[in-house]
Design a protein around this ligand. Structure first.
Ligand SMILES: [Zn+2]
Length: 128
């Protein structure tokens, strides 16, 4: 179910005062994983937000995770849509969908090290 609410002048002023999310990109985790960019689209008309129309920040929650909090501005629909993600340093992120969090990837799966592949082989007899 889609929830739309009118914003107060104070809420609009707050959103417009946020920096463009592009200023926080690329976001580099301590392990070297890089979030180079992320594309959000208006859930009403489907148009992708131009980078300058996504305002928000990325805040690390610990060394392995960060919170992306932003608003996409759709001038056609006259909407400010929350665009929130939980980023992980394994190349995955959770994005808030209409029915809950959806897991997606911003980078390929990390390569398994030779040692971990040998351990998997020894423990499973190569079945995995
Ligand atoms: Zn729209």
């Amino acid at each position: 179910m889609k929830k739309t609410a009118y914003l107060s002048d104070a809420q609009i002023a707050h959103i417009m005062s946020l920096p463009p999310l592009s200023e926080a990109l690329p976001y580099v985790f301590q392990n070297g994983s890089v979030l180079g960019g992320i594309v959000f689209a208006c859930t009403t008309c489907g148009v992708e937000f131009a980078p300058e129309n996504v305002k928000g920040t990325i805040t690390p929650t610990n060394t392995h995770a960060a919170l992306l909090t932003s608003y996409g501005l759709c001038y056609g629909c006259k909407l400010a849509q929350p665009c929130n993600c939980r980023l992980a340093d394994d190349g995955s992120f959770l994005v808030q969908g209409p029915d809950g969090w959806i897991k997606k990837r911003y980078a390929a799966e990390p390569e398994k090290s030779l040692l971990s592949r040998v351990k998997t082989f020894l423990l499973t007899g190569g079945l995995k």
